[in-house]
Design a protein around this ligand. Structure first.
Ligand code: AKG
Length: 146
């Protein structure tokens, strides 16, 4: 396989403290992706069932002369993860590693700068709101340092 190297390009991505990694992926790869992210310590993943089509119009193959619809929607899952800037490349690399089959239909990842994060329960903003506390990761880090 070619070496896949994801890098934030300052020409395309406005600088921000937090980014949303929005990935449109194959539904049957979601479990594999999310458990790998969990192992990395990533918390706060939102998934939605979506339908979409890309450059192929929802078709994996096109045969000359055959009739096909240009807009056949294929079932995908949208995975949304808001992380701090230093976690972005790790998350992108992990998603590619776990979701890629090499076939048409593997999906896409969009990187969206986030202005701020606000925790509803406390009204905290920024890093305090982004950080996931009280979960399993917190418990295990407490255990491993004690
Ligand atoms: C596309 O519509 O561009 C596709 O990749 C279709 C193939 C698929 O999603 O399974």
């Amino acid at each position: 396989f070619p070496i896949i190297r994801a890098q934030i390009s300052p020409d395309f991505v406005p600088d921000a403290k937090f980014y949303k990694v929005e990935a449109i992926l194959r539904p049957w790869r979601i479990q594999q992706v999310s458990s790998a992210l969990l192992k990395m310590g990533i918390r706060g993943v939102t998934v939605s069932d979506v339908r979409g089509f890309g450059a192929q119009g929802g078709l994996t193959e096109r045969q000359a002369g055959s009739e096909f619809s240009e807009d056949t929607f294929v079932a995908k899952v949208k995975m949304e993860i808001v992380v701090s800037k230093d976690q972005v490349e790790g998350v992108i690399a992990k998603i590619i590693e776990e979701a890629r089959t090499g076939e048409i239909g593997d999906g896409k990842i969009f990187l969206i700068p986030i202005s701020d994060v606000i925790r509803v329960r406390t009204g905290e903003r920024g890093e305090k709101a982004e950080r996931m506390v009280g979960g399993h990761a917190d418990m295990s880090s407490v255990l491993s340092t004690s």
